[in-house]
Design a protein around this ligand. Structure first.
Ligand SMILES: N[C@@H](CCC(=O)N[C@@H](CS)C(=O)NCC(=O)O)C(=O)O
Length: 220
């Protein structure tokens, strides 16, 4: 099976998929899509043909494109069930999906690059205004996530086993810190992030380890 991941080193949705690929031990090639350079390579015709939403990630499996990180993770789970990213119990599975969706649907879209660019260009708020916007929505989301997470967290987001919830939370915490939020306000999220971040699959998937990371390119 040939697997190619269209990814950007700092994209949180791409990072979720990279973690899953690493956890399941699946070799893949990275095709970097620079989201900023030249107005954003995600808008180029070639990439739009692959993913009309003009977002990363897109996973090509034997040449067939799958997009949306949730759909990609479900595909990987079905084709490569071990290790499982979803708990065996239906209630726990629903809980893992709930945590994932809080990040995927209620936090990340509001701080996505295109939203920040639109807010800035429409309301001329500048980089400080963009950061304020991101901090506001991330904080609101993490305020909601914290009690839901702490109700059932173990070492990881759902009990003691890594699940899709951890795949969403770790990149989101990275983004919170990028916008200078102090994670002390969300102790359970911070603890779960720290635990998962030690896992070799999370380490391998970290933005700084990606071939298109500025350090890797020698351009930082
Ligand atoms: N729901 C999508 C979100 C994808 C997404 O928002 N990707 C961001 C990077 S994390 C992106 O490509 N942004 C490009 C832009 O805003 O122009 C998923 O889970 O795959």
């Amino acid at each position: 099976m040939d697997i190619e991941l269209y990814s950007y080193w700092r994209s949180s949705a791409s990072w979720r998929v990279r973690i899953a690929l690493a956890l399941k031990g699946l070799p893949y090639r990275t095709s970097p899509v620079h989201l900023v350079r030249d107005g954003g390579e995600q808008h180029a015709d070639r990439y739009r043909a692959l993913n009309p939403m003009r977002e990363v990630p897109t996973l090509l499996v034997d040449g067939v494109a799958i997009a949306q990180s949730a759909a990609i993770l479900e595909f990987l789970e079905e084709r490569f069930p071990e290790p499982a990213l979803l708990p065996g119990d239906a209630h726990q599975r629903a809980h893992a999906r709930r945590l994932f969706e809080i990040v995927n649907s209620s936090i990340q879209p509001l701080q996505n690059l295109r939203v920040l660019q639109y807010v800035d260009s429409t309301f001329q708020v500048g980089s400080a205004g963009r950061a304020d916007w991101a901090r506001y929505w991330i904080s609101l989301g993490l305020d909601g996530l914290e009690p839901v997470l702490s109700s059932r967290a173990g070492r990881h987001a759902v009990s003691d086993t890594v699940s899709i919830a951890d795949l969403a939370i770790v990149p989101q915490v990275y983004n919170a810190r990028r916008f200078d939020l102090d994670m002390a306000r969300w102790p359970c999220i911070a603890r779960v992030d720290a635990a998962a971040s030690e896992h070799p699959a999370f380490v391998a998937a970290h933005p700084d380890r990606q071939p298109d990371a500025p350090e890797a390119l020698g351009t930082s």
